[in-house]
Design a protein around this ligand. Structure first.
Ligand code: FEO
Ligand code: CA
Ligand code: CA
Ligand code: CA
Length: 633
């Protein structure tokens, strides 16, 4: 049989590759996957079918829990395409903080005419809030939130062409990126940010950060500005997040590539640069015009210093953030931290690109509350996931031996290549990973993948249809879950199934209708942010198509749903304003307020949320509470 490396992708069609590489049996067919996968009962059925998967018995939920108990506190709401937040009866929301709101009193209020300046932005909440978490510290509450990116037509919407016209426009955009740390407070029933709190902080693409772990100091990380390869500047395009039990925040660098450009379009890109999407042109941000390090022709190693997970201590405003290279370099979505029963720290991570992989990090040391935690995210092993079509899976270690690469440093910089070397499973764009706090099981949102079954990933790895990625040209996405063997998050093996396959049963009757727990009243596309609440219920946020037409007719704006992992039931909880993504989720310590991120309302120019009228649309964090003061998760 021909192997993948024998093939020239230009000459052979994908389907031919698919046949050569992944001969399909009846067991790989879609109905079988759906039949096995869509509910807890389905999961159990699949474990019976694949009885060879050992040790599952120890993590099965008792039969009593499988009873159809209603664990929801609201009725599913209809979808809509309104320019507002819609919630079930008995819930209300308010805006906590919006892009451009000053967080120090020396800042100025957002100016809708100019949309701010570099100077005003430096004093203000960043744009496009995404992952977030709340950290109680002493008697304070510290909200840490990513400001992922900017939309040209919004941040430069004051310019006729929606493009930067001056260096200051570019600087304004740059400073709208990074991470915001905000003290927040509930006073007389009203949440607000505490202006001038000593904990308030903006971490921007210019803030000093350290590089730690296996790649720190390696040749690949050395630059003209930093010959040591250990001190970098800033973080940007932070998407989802994580939190550690030792009180730190993890900001995850995702589409870091789109900020680099070359002086000349003739600049020849390396295979590594191409794999990571580095190009001679940036995505319109223009940073190389004001900051030479974003010119890859002059400073090719600068791009090696982005694409990491950044650990931030919100309790110390002077702390230097640390890029933890041991967790690999790719388009990090979020970082789900689990403390294994033996105390080792396990971090699950997705690489959000078509046909990229899911990863796991396992620390060598163990976490002890109050003990030293500084090496826990530097010293460990990195793995990548292989999902077999029969419902079993395994974690493949990325080592010098398994990858044939020269060093762990190289593996931590060119992690995607390492994953390809060991034959990891190409996934349908892994977004957030969430671990159930009540059971050893982990979920990952696979948002969509128009290339599934059509094109390989950027490294030439095939994207065959089947297994955890069962649909060609996957428009709607799915959520895969796995249970580590023996309930041990460090185990090599796991069993997986699909918790939900999103679709549109109003429009399609084939596999595009989705799994049995999707119906006309709860349908959605492109699951992205997922997080468990304290009750073990799974919140699902969407970043999908909001045309409300064609394949997406009846699905309305992006939304947030709640899923019961035991029964498989899914209900719609929130509908966002026009052209937004719903992303980022946290709770107050008493669980009576939920914080939800609304990102880029009006990204195509059709929203004035949240202020209405003719106002500039602004990404914002909202608070959601029950009118009866009850728990919201
Ligand atoms: Fe920033 Fe993969 O979403
Ligand atoms: Ca996302
Ligand atoms: Ca997304
Ligand atoms: Ca987005």
């Amino acid at each position: 049989m021909k192997t993948r490396t024998d093939e020239n992708l230009e000459e052979v069609s994908f389907d031919e590759f698919d046949e050569i590489m992944n001969p399909r049996s009846d067991e790989q067919d879609f109905d079988r996957v759906v039949g096995n996968a869509v509910s807890r009962r389905g999961f159990l059925k699949s474990t019976v079918v694949f009885g060879g998967i050992s040790a599952l018995g120890s993590v099965l939920i008792p039969d009593a829990l499988l009873a159809a108990e209603d664990r929801f506190t609201f009725d599913s709401i209809p979808t809509n395409d309104l320019d507002t937040i819609t919630l079930p009866e008995g819930y209300e929301s308010e805006v906590l903080v919006k892009w451009g709101d000053p967080i120090w009193s020396k800042g100025v209020d957002f100016d809708h005419a100019t949309r701010g300046t570099g100077e005003s932005q430096a004093m203000a909440f960043g744009d496009n809030n995404d992952g977030m978490d709340i950290f109680p510290f002493e008697d304070k509450l510290l909200l840490v939130v990513n400001n992922e990116y900017t939309n040209r037509k919004i941040i430069w919407g004051n310019r006729p062409e929606g493009k930067a016209e001056s260096d200051d426009d570019i600087v304004k955009g740059k400073l709208a990126h990074g991470v915001s740390v905000l003290e927040i407070r509930l006073t007389d029933g009203q949440w607000s940010i505490v202006k001038d709190s000593p904990f308030n902080r903006r971490i921007t693409p210019d803030t000093e950060v350290n590089l730690t772990g296996p790649a720190a100091g390696h040749e690949l990380l050395k630059t003209a500005a930093d010959p040591t390869g250990t001190v970098s500047k800033g973080t940007w395009n932070n998407c989802g997040n994580g939190r550690t039990p030792w009180g730190t925040y993890l900001a995850c660098e995702e589409n870091f590539n789109g900020y680099f450009s070359a002086s000349s379009e003739e600049y020849e890109l390396s295979a590594e640069q191409k794999r990571y999407g580095i190009s001679t042109k940036d995505w319109g941000y223009g940073w190389s015009k004001v900051d030479d390090r974003f010119n890859i022709e002059k400073h090719p190693n600068e791009a090696h210093r982005a694409g990491y997970i950044v650990e931030i201590d919100p309790s110390n405003p002077n702390s230097v953030p640390k890029k933890r290279t041991a967790l690999g370099r790719f388009k990090h979505e979020n970082a789900e931290v689990v403390i294994n029963a033996d105390g080792r720290v396990v971090v699950y991570m997705g690489d959000d690109e078509r046909g990229e992989f899911i990863y796991r990090y396992v620390s060598n040391g163990v976490y002890a509350p109050g003990g030293d935690t500084d090496s826990l995210l530097d010293d460990g092993k990195l793995y990548v996931a292989k999902f077999h079509d029969n419902g079993a899976g395994e974690w493949l270690e990325l080592s010098k031996e398994s990858t044939g690469m020269n060093s762990m440093a190289e593996i931590c910089v060119y992690t995607r290549m390492a994953g390809s070397q060991v034959g990891a499973t190409t996934m349908d764009r892994p977004e957030w990973v969430a671990a159930n706090p009540h059971s050893a099981e982990v979920y990952c949102a696979l948002t969509n993948n128009k290339n599934r079954g059509i094109k390989p990933n950027k490294g030439g790895d095939l994207t065959p249809v089947g297994g955890a990625n069962p649909r060609k040209d996957n428009k709607y996405g799915q959520i895969v879950r796995w249970r580590p063997n023996g309930g041990d998050h460090t185990a090599t093996g796991f069993a997986w199934d699909l918790f939900v396959i999103a679709g549109n049963p109003a429009v399609h009757q084939d596999d595009r209708a989705g799994s049995a727990n999707v119906h006309k009243g709860n349908m959605f596309n492109s699951p992205d942010g997922i997080k468990f609440d304290s009750n073990g219920m799974l919140w699902v946020q969407t970043d999908g198509k909001y045309t409300n037409e064609g394949d997406f007719e009846g699905q309305g704006n992006n939304q947030m749903l709640l899923a019961d992992p035991v029964s498989g039931e899914i209900r719609r909880f929130l509908v966002g304003p026009k052209e937004c993504e719903v992303t980022g989720l946290s709770w107050s310590p008493d669980r009576r307020t939920m914080f939800v991120g609304i990102q880029h309302p009006g990204e195509k120019g059709n929203s004035h949320w949240p202020e209405g009228g003719e106002a500039t649309p602004r990404s914002a964090i909202i608070t959601i509470r029950r009118t009866d003061g009850g728990i919201v998760g």
